[in-house]
Design a protein around this ligand. Sequence first.
Ligand SMILES: NC(=O)C1=CN([C@@H]2O[C@H](COP(=O)(O)OP(=O)(O)OC[C@H]3O[C@@H](n4cnc5c(N)ncnc54)[C@H](OP(=O)(O)O)[C@@H]3O)[C@@H](O)[C@H]2O)C=CC1
Ligand SMILES: Nc1nc2c(c(=O)[nH]1)N=C([C@H](O)[C@@H](O)CO)CN2
Length: 234
Amino acid sequence: MSVSPVLITGGTRRLGRYCAERLMEDGHPVIITWRTRGPAVDALERLGARTMHADFSTREGIEAFIEALILQAPSLRAVIHNAGAAVEECEGGAEQFDRQFHINMMAPYLVNLAAYDLLMASGESQRDIIHLTDARTTSGCAHRPEYAAAKAGLDNLTRSFAKRFSPHIQVNAIAPGLVMQHESDFEQAPVSQRAVLGPVPPGPLVIWEGLRYLLDTPFVTGITLPVDGSHHVA
Ligand SMILES: NC(=O)C1=CN([C@@H]2O[C@H](COP(=O)(O)OP(=O)(O)OC[C@H]3O[C@@H](n4cnc5c(N)ncnc54)[C@H](OP(=O)(O)O)[C@@H]3O)[C@@H](O)[C@H]2O)C=CC1
Ligand SMILES: Nc1nc2c(c(=O)[nH]1)N=C([C@H](O)[C@@H](O)CO)CN2
């Protein structure tokens, strides 16, 4: 039986791309979604990744992706919900609320429902769903309440899906603190986001370490792993 791929959404840059490359190095076939086709898509395809277009900002876009996924992937080893709207795209208001809701909650919700059969079709001994949330799901975020609320909803979906899909599929979340800044961001992280452990953003390796742990452990489901250098206890 062939090895089932890991689906990673928004896998063409930053955290998603780093993790997709590590997954391939570890021998996992991967399916990566992209919204904007650029040179990274070609580069990842040359490394062996399968890539698919997905725009999760509307229900129509999510449903179109799911239809295509079912046609292209008879089985999956894992689904990693990494796609998220970049900082500079969040200006607030109803439109942004709708957008954040679709990307961070509706897309993982509908993809998980559809992925159940694909994950169950995998002949592998373990099946995982992993949500990328945020360290601020509990504390909130004055500047981006839509983003924080949508990520909080995704965090809650983690536990609901863990219950619903148990014991066949493990469903967990990783809640990153500031691990990678945008080039357009301030040169240094704002004081409110600096962590006690390592005040400099550590880069994508710390997320990959969490992801690898969750993909390997057979005995953990329904947890949110804070990877935030202390944010959740500050
Ligand atoms: N970086 C950090 O420090 C933190 C990150 N996180 C979370 O971790 C995850 C990865 O973070 P990071 O790498 O910084 O994220 P980025 O914003 O750099 O990249 C996110 C990915 O999501 C894709 N994406 C954006 N909008 C859509 C959309 N409408 N439909 C489909 N795909 C879309 C992008 O695709 P494309 O490039 O094709 O547009 C991109 O590949 C995100 O969920 C983020 O919220 C949480 C806290 C901190
Ligand atoms: N999809 C994204 N989500 C988030 C990002 C990002 O770049 N893309 N960045 C953060 C950081 O914490 C940022 O707010 C600090 O500069 C959070 N989520």
